[in-house]
Design a protein around this ligand. Structure first.
Ligand code: FBP
Length: 552
């Protein structure tokens, strides 16, 4: 196997643990707080989780824990989209397990949750783990988006775990995967299976967070990677002074990634989906806003700029949201009337006639490529695959059309040359930043301690993240504590509440207070590449979002 110089050196990086986890692993004891309640809808959530509702929060402190050295087999699975640091969660889990008892075994299920159902797994020995320490990607065992949600799935998980004497499963995933982890934990307790379930908060999107889970892992590295690229493009734009760059940034729903990148780079404009929804903006309003900026900068001789576009934008524009929901209904009921039409143009024309009037007219005004993208297959959760909808190109086309009209009317005659980009996959498997390397290793280590303390239905939690790692705390949060009831695909479901950008929060406040100056001038910041070695103020800084959120 060939290794890059960075990979070789990164193997030797020893992730930093919270101070409390640095002593003998047998001397960490769970301190339990008071009984907890769900985020809201207490009685409904309690009814659905009668065995695991109300458990206390847990924090590890120095003390005796005689159960730690027990020999155990643990299973681990990666679920959903890749996020930098997944390998370190597994390394932290393995190191804790092996230091507690070298005869214990760790099994990694292959290709996501379906690996459990198919009993497809590999033993993760020290030699295997050493090949993946501090590297990006999920390739150690792969990932997948299969959902574990039915009683028969849960029964199959129990069967597979029992056959391998697996006493606990660690599920590394986003809000949906952790919701399902809570359901699995409840099933195992109800059926006295004796198998524990611990979740780990993963997603570059940054939307699995709350008072007790301060960040999902991967967000830090992904945003720093995108910010480096945005900064490079800004410098190019500021040098050639001839292009408007429209950059779509990943993040299925919430705009945390876009906001963090804006705070790191100070672009000309950044759209925040949550604000668009709150202000009930139409697609036309957004296009006017961008066009106004192009015109005003153009009048000062600046025919260039950077516009950051969140991936989820399209679903937050109220009229588009309605259109997408109508399309979902139409496609779900389609018995071949639409899918049977081979010619894309005819298919789109047919769809426009089947939609209610307002949605049909809006659909007809969209460029045909976008119409076709809106008709693409839904993901396993029934969602439009927003990463495949080229919103950045749609906005460019609509702004260009608007400028053409202004030119015809003699109102504005300046040039408008554009470039489009989509940054998503570029950041999901980057070498984890020191922050993510340390955070993930600590999350994995803590997941083992939760198991060794006999707990189930908890998510691993490491807090105090804006401080240096030795000051971090480690513990667990009952997953039911993060739940509420939401309507999903027509019925009420108990789910982990997704964290959207808070418009009254500090990160958005700082952005909103600065954006006019960024739009009219060129205050670009150039963050450069992630640094893995060097002074802590360059190498170990958490995200701006996290820092602002924790500032008193
Ligand atoms: P998770 O929520 O599973 O972490 O995935 C998030 C994400 O990276 C989104 O930002 C993006 O829309 C989606 O995955 C892309 O999915 P895919 O990898 O299936 O193209």
């Amino acid at each position: 196997m060939a290794y890059s110089p960075l990979q070789q050196v990164r193997y030797g990086y020893q992730p930093k643990l919270p101070g409390v986890l640095r002593e003998d692993i047998r001397k960490m004891t769970p301190m339990k707080g008071a009984a907890t309640e769900s985020a809201s809808d207490h009685s409904e959530i309690r009814e659905r989780f009668p065995h695991t509702y109300g458990m206390p929060m847990v924090r590890f402190e120095q003390g005796e824990n005689p159960d730690v050295p027990e020999k155990r087999n643990i299973g681990v699975v990666l679920s959903g989209g890749q996020a930098p640091g997944g390998h370190n969660v597994i390394a932290g889990l393995y190191d804790a397990l092996a230091s507690a008892n070298p005869e214990s075994k760790l099994y990694g299920f292959i290709g996501g949750p379906s690996g459990i159902l198919k009993d497809d797994c590999r033993e993760l020995t020290g030699a295997v783990i050493d090949e993946y320490r501090n590297t990006g990607g999920f390739d150690i065992i792969g990932s997948g988006r299969t959902k574990l949600e039915s009683e028969s799935d849960f029964a199959q998980c129990a069967k597979v775990c029992n056959a391998r004497s697996i006493c606990a499963l660690v599920i590394i995933g986003g809000d949906d995967s952790n919701t399902n982890a809570a359901m699995l934990a409840e099933y195992f307790v109800r059926n006295k299976s004796g198998i524990q379930v611990i979740g780990v908060p993963k997603t570059i999107d940054g939307d699995l967070k709350n008072e007790h889970i301060e960040a999902s892992f991967g967000f830090d590295t992904a945003t720093k990677t995108y910010a480096e690229l945005i900064g490079n493009i800004q410098r190019d734009a500021n040098s050639s002074r001839k292009y408007w760059h429209f950059i779509k940034l990943m993040g299925r729903s919430a705009s945390h990634i876009c906001l963090e990148c804006a705070l790191l780079t100070r672009p000309t404009m950044a759209l925040i989906s949550e604000e668009v929804e709150a202000k009930k903006q139409t697609l036309g309003d957004i296009v006017s806003q961008i066009t106004d900026c192009v015109v005003s900068r153009g009048r000062q001789g600046m025919h260039f700029g950077i516009v950051l576009v969140p991936e989820g934008l399209i679903e937050f524009i109220p009229e588009m949201k309605t259109l997408i929901s109508r399309l979902n209904d139409l496609l779900a009921q389609d018995g071949g009337e639409i899918s049977g039409i081979e010619d894309p143009l005819q298919r789109c024309t047919k769809v426009a006639t089947l939609l209610p009037k307002a949605s049909g007219s809006l659909f007809s005004t969209l460029p045909q490529e976008i119409q076709m993208q809106l008709l693409l297959d839904r993901d396993p959760h029934g969602n439009v695959q927003v990463s495949r909808i080229e919103t950045e190109k749609l906005l460019i086309q609509m702004v260009a059309d608007r400028l053409r009209h202004l030119r015809q009317e003699g109102i504005y005659t300046g040039p408008f040359s554009s470039q489009h980009h989509f940054f998503g996959y570029e950041g999901r498997c980057a070498f984890p930043s020191n922050f993510d390397a340390d955070y993930c290793y600590s999350l994995g280590y803590t997941a083992f301690l939760l198991i060794a303390s006999g707990l189930t239905g908890y998510i691993s939690s490491v807090t105090g993240l804006s401080k240096p790692a030795d000051k971090w705390n480690a513990g667990g949060v009952p997953i039911t504590m993060m739940m509420n009831m939401e309507k999903r695909h027509g019925s009420q479901k108990s789910v982990i509440r997704k964290a959207l950008v808070e418009l009254d929060g500090k990160p958005f406040g700082v952005f909103a207070a600065s954006r006019d100056a960024w739009a009219s001038g060129n205050e670009f910041l150039y963050p450069g590449a992630i640094q893995y070695f060097g002074p802590p103020e360059v190498c170990d800084q958490p995200s701006v979002t996290l820092t602002l959120e924790q500032e008193s």
